[in-house]
Design a protein. Sequence first.
Length: 337
Amino acid sequence: MDRTFRSRRLAPAVALAAAVALTLAGCSSSSGGKKAEESAADASAGRADTPRMTVALVTHQAPGDTFWDIVRKGAEAAAAKDNIKLVYSADPNAGNQANLVQNAIDQKVDGIAVTLAKPDALKAVVGKAVAAGIPVVGLNSGLADWKKLGLLEFFGQDESVAGEALGNRLNDVGAKKAVCVIHEQGNVGLTQRCDGVKKSFKGTTEILYVNGTDMPSVKSTITAKLKQDGGIDHVVTLGAPFALTAVQSVQDAGSKAKVATFDLNKDLTGAIQKGDIEFAVDQQPYLQGYLAVDSLWLYKNNGNYSGGGVQPVLTGPAFVDKSNVDKVASFAAKGTR
């Protein structure tokens, strides 16, 4: 695998089993229950005999974004193994996400795992959770802010490093002009990805903002950009659904541009196998969800801090391309990569 960045200090995993889930009030909130049992069905039997815990996982997932389904599957697997009631809720609006965290505090959960795509909007409510004695860990977004906000641990990738890695990969394939498509304005992680690409890529990088909640608009905006500028030879997207849409835009525009992306799903691995997408950066979202939930069990039951409470636990980046996609595709088909 080219330029594989190995994750480090990963918490150990033991056998998985079924979990029951609990629903919190809030936008787009839902819980595991039978779904959690089914997601853990492929694992060997066994569950912790420690007292039942309730953990809230609160993300900035937008409707239809399959990336978060993978994060949630990892979280459900850890919850099943650790005898945890997992409460999942999500909202892409930062104010609404903060309200969901407040709901978790009001429910007196035993731990909270939260994404910090817009850390300023979450700062106050995270502080309330910490003041209430509820341990909080971060995942996916917020690597630069998790310690400032008083979180115990963080699980994810350094988005700036990931962006630079992709920029270097563009250099290797001889790219000259790339457009980096940001599908959510104000999301610090997405901005860091494109900034990283610009930093290391020796060619020209332009930023293109699209409305990620309106996929037809995403398609038409990318298509228009490619028709306007025939010099673009690479479209860089920041999520699997947007990469698949960009492939359609390239075709509609009659462009010869190649598509590269961050993040995977089963459809995207198939697109890499067919050659429609050149490569993807994998941050292992299943691992992020699993480790975040498992870390709260370890903290409560054994006082552990992954990364010593000082360093983040990195889950990426690693490249998936035609040379290794077949190894990843079987896991992606199960919805875990």
